[in-house]
Design a protein around this ligand. Structure first.
Ligand SMILES: [Zn+2]
Length: 261
């Protein structure tokens, strides 16, 4: 199994308080966008698909967003040897604009989204409408691949060693992807854990919910669930994630055995 984090742009100088609930720090961070690619036993899976152009993001989301020519989704994928038409599955950890705006690129993929997330994305609370681009004159980005989008409920194994797990709280239908190799387990956590400060960062005594959430209680129940998984957590937006292969193993779990949750 090989898992790669592809850089897909970043929002510069975002207050840490935008990511860590209740933070009184005046520190700013860059919020990086990643597309994660999982390659295992002939199956290609993309987890989250990033944003549209930097101009579009600056116009509609008021972030100081930048993206180099090598960080466009097409360039990033091809530099990793991935043709969008060859991707078998797309998993959206949730349907915020920065996680699903390029779903349309993957013309042959099954796109797996939580049923709870789809329901909420259709009618979010007003305070969350922009995050889903549920705005006059805009089409919600996940709808660009509406015909290939499948609603899933609860845990779902995609292939040996790769299992979708619910991680609600940031949004009602947030989900992550648990990866099991022979030597270790990893969790692509989506925005349930957007940066390491939400989890177990140095000098932080406890996990702290993401600032944007639909249920604070579910955020903390999700932290307990993740802790029980005993896996290495890979946040969705943290600059400390390496650009190159996150990890690669010669073999994954034995054929037919899904990641045990
Ligand atoms: Zn989000």
């Amino acid at each position: 199994m090989k898992v790669t984090a592809l850089r897909a742009g970043r929002s510069k100088n975002v207050p840490l308080s935008a990511a860590v609930y209740g933070s009184a720090s005046d520190e700013t961070i860059d919020i990086h966008m990643f597309m994660f690619v999982i390659e295992t036993a002939g199956t290609r899976i993309v987890v989250d698909t990033g944003t549209l152009s930097a101009e579009y993001v600056r116009q509609h989301h008021a972030y100081d967003f930048v993206r180099t020519s090598s960080e466009t989704p097409e360039s990033a994928l091809r530099s990793a040897g991935i043709e969008p038409d060859d991707v078998d599955y797309v998993v959206n950890t949730h349907l915020h604009w920065d996680h699903c705006s390029n779903n349309f690129l993957f013309r042959n993929a099954r796109i797996l989204v939580s049923r709870r997330e789809l329901e909420y994305a259709i009618a979010p609370l007003p305070v969350h409408a922009r995050a889903y681009e549920k705005l006059p004159g805009l089409q919600a980005p996940w709808m660009s691949a509406w015909d290939r989008t499948e609603a899933i409920t609860g845990q779902q194994a995609i292939c040996p060693g790769v299992t979708i797990v619910p991680l609600p709280g940031h949004t009602p239908g947030s989900q992550g992807v648990l990866l099991a190799t022979e030597s270790a387990r990893y969790l692509l956590a989506g925005d349930a854990i957007g940066v390491y400060e939400n989890w177990h960062a140095p000098n932080w005594r406890e996990s702290i919910a993401p600032t944007i959430h639909t249920s604070l209680i579910e955020c903390y129940e999700t932290f307990e669930f993740v802790s029980d998984l005993q896996c290495e957590v890979i946040p969705s937006h943290d600059h400390r994630i390496a650009e190159s292969a996150l990890f690669e193993t010669a073999t994954s779990t034995p054929a037919g055995e899904a990641a045990r949750v």
